[in-house]
Each structure stands twice: as structure tokens, then as C-alpha cells.
Ligand binder design. Structure first.
Ligand code: SF4
Length: 337
């Protein structure tokens, strides 16, 4: 289990979370034994390349996968219950109200046939059981709070009449309509241009400060991580391979994969050095448990043991943990460092 950094209030705990997709006679192990905690008012970044299991992990917290083809194992504790074993009706009461989600592309997430105001109101009416008129006034206030100008006029517009940035603001309004405890954000700025990205990140930070909600931010953009995250979990091949507070991840990364991601980050300056790349491809996740380090085929520091024994997560002090044979468990001093 990843260690708690301080006395911060835990709002969600994922324990030994595994997600498997049926593929013919076999299963694809998209998420493997993932553990993490989310804290009130804090942002946890889930980082890794495409296919590392970030979105699958996040969607499993809301049980959004097709239950006929997906097996979710482990526990997700939220408000005193394991939400993975709640009846569907109870789960749908949590989804969109206590835990809500925004997705990468607002245009495909909004209903093109409905006025944007009605799409926000629908969530409020459903979860707060109030009338249309009262909901409309709440929506107008909410649109204003997420930076939509002329909210009364905008209420009656269709999604295609708004810019990408405005559409994402509508998605944020929908997600925040019921003042959730947790906001899951799946690459919410990837489809937007750079200036709008900054506006949306600032908006999320502002809304978080106002309501103290916890955010799970999925991204492959380390610039976004540095800007908004308090803690970072680096995912590779369905596993968390390193976890630490955001400063530690950038100043003292330990796992060779984390180091590779940071070296692949473009920096401003006159340097004509080529960007580093992580050579090779992630392993296929079919055929049972992986019996080596999943990063072994791409790792420049690979040792014999890496090819025959999967590494375990070890504590490196101050809540920093890493899953790599190069780092045995560190003796922790009484001050926790
Ligand atoms: Fe590299 Fe071995 Fe560490 Fe895996 S366990 S990241 S192969 S050094």
C-alpha cells in the first residue's frame, strides 16, 4: 500500500485494484494490483504513456466498464463503503453526484441535440430532486462560476455553437453541479490549445480551492502535472511503478521509467539536444501474471534478477515508493525521512 504523506484527510482508498478484460478465452490484465489514496482538497496525478492503464483505473472507480466483459477485483473504499460491491442503484446515486468525471473531448461527451443549460440541469434535477425552474437558476449561477459569459443566453445554445474551451467549461459545470467530493479528470485539456489549457487548469484549481474536492488528474503531460498535482502516481503496464509528492517526482525520480518520462519532456532554451525517447514497446498484458519486471525489455539498467522476479513496491521515505530492484526498502528515520 502506498504510504500516506501526512495527516491529510483520506476520501478514497483503492486497494489491490485489478481490472481484466475478456479477450477470447483469455483476459487482458489492464490494471494490476494498484493501490492509492486520495486526499481532501488535493490532486493526485496519474501519469504514463497511452495504454498504461490510467483511464481504465479511473473508469473502474465509477464502474463504467461493461460488466459482461470486464472483471474488477480489489476494494475501493469511499464514504465507509466498498463501492465495487454496491448494488447498481446505489452506485448510480454516487456517480455524477459524489464522484464525477470529465473526459478528454467535450464535443463527444456533450449531447449535440440538447441545449447546454438543459444538460447541466439534468444532473441537478436527477440528484437533487428539485424542479426545472429552481434547477435553471442554479445552472445559470454555475455557468457564471465556471467563467461562461452571458450565462442566461448561453443556457439556450447547442454545444456546436460554443468553442472547445467553452464546451470544456460546460463539462466542468456538469461535473461540479452536485458539489462532488471527488472529480476524476481524464486528460481534460488534451483536446484544447495551449492558452485554453492553462485557463481550464486554473479554473479547476479555483473550483478545488472553493469546494475542497479531491481531484484525480489523468495526463501524459508532465507540464500539467507540475502545474496542478500535489502527488503523482506513475503507471506502467497497468501498475503503479513510482509514487511521491510532485516535487520529489521531478527532483528525485528513482524508477528508470519515471526518469525516462522526465528526460523526454521538452524544455525551453537554446539547447539543440535531441529529446530523449524511451525505446521499445510496453509488454502485452495477456497470459496471466507477469513473472519479470514489466519494464525489463526497455530498461537501460536491467539486471538478471529483473527478468525472473517481478519487483515489489518499496518505501523510500517521506511517502515515496518505487517498484524496482535497484531500490530495496529504505530504513526510515524517526522523522519519516
Ligand atoms: Fe529496470 Fe530492473 Fe528496475 Fe525493472 S526492476 S526498472 S528492469 S532496473
Amino acid at each position: 500500500m502506498l504510504k500516506r504523506m501526512s495527516s491529510e484527510e483520506v476520501v478514497l482508498t483503492a486497494e489491490d485494484l485489478c481490472v481484466k478484460f475478456k479477450s477470447g478465452q483469455d483476459y487482458i490484465q489492464a490494471v494490476r494490483h494498484v493501490n492509492f489514496e486520495m486526499f481532501k482538497g488535493k490532486t493526485l496525478g496519474l501519469v504514463g504513456e497511452s495504454g498504461s492503464g490510467k483511464s481504465v483505473t479511473t473508469k473502474s472507480l465509477l464502474r463504467l466498464h461493461d460488466h459482461k466483459t470486464t472483471r474488477i477485483e480489489g476494494n475501493v473504499h469511499f464514504e465507509g463503503k466498498n463501492i465495487l460491491s454496491l448494488p447498481s442503484k446505489k452506485m448510480s446515486e454516487i456517480r455524477g453526484s459524489r464522484i464525477s468525471m470529465i473526459f478528454q473531448d467535450p464535443m463527444t461527451s456533450l449531447n449535440p441535440l440538447l441545449k447546454v443549460g438543459d444538460q447541466v440541469a439534468e444532473v441537478i434535477i436527477r440528484h437533487q430532486h428539485i424542479g426545472k425552474k429552481e434547477a435553471k437558476e442554479k445552472v445559470i449561477k454555475l455557468l457564471e462560476s465556471v467563467g461562461i459569459n452571458s450565462p442566461r443566453q448561453r443556457y439556450h445554445q447547442n454545444p456546436y455553437e460554443l468553442s472547445g474551451g467553452m464546451q470544456q467549461r460546460i463539462m466542468i459545470a456538469i461535473a461540479l453541479a452536485c458539489e462532488p467530493t471527488i472529480l476524476l479528470a481524464d486528460e481534460p485539456t488534451t483536446a484544447l490549445d495551449v492558452t485554453i489549457q492553462a485557463e481550464i487548469i486554473n479554473l479547476m484549481k479555483r473550483m478545488q480551492k472553493k469546494s475542497d474536492m479531491a481531484i484525480l488528474m489523468i495526463t501524459h503531460d508532465l507540464g500539467v502535472v507540475a502545474n496542478i498535482c500535489d502527488y503523482v502516481a506513475v503507471m506502467y503496464a497497468g501498475q503503479i511503478v513510482e509514487y511521491a509528492d510532485v516535487n520529489t517526482i521531478f527532483k528525485d525520480p528513482k524508477h528508470p521509467y519515471t526518469k525516462g518520462l522526465i528526460s523526454a519532456m521538452p524544455t525551453l532554451g537554446r539547447s539543440r539536444k535531441r529529446l530523449e525517447v524511451i525505446e521499445g514497446q510496453p509488454p502485452r498484458l495477456t497470459g496471466g501474471e507477469i513473472t519479470s519486471c514489466a519494464f525489463a525489455e526497455r530498461c537501460k539498467s536491467v539486471m538478471d534478477v529483473c527478468r525472473s522476479v517481478p519487483p515489489l513496491s518499496t518505501g523510500q521515505g517521506s511517502g515515496h515508493s518505487v517498484c524496482c530492484h535497484l531500490y530495496p526498502e529504505k530504513e526510515v528515520a524517526l522523522d519519516g525521512n
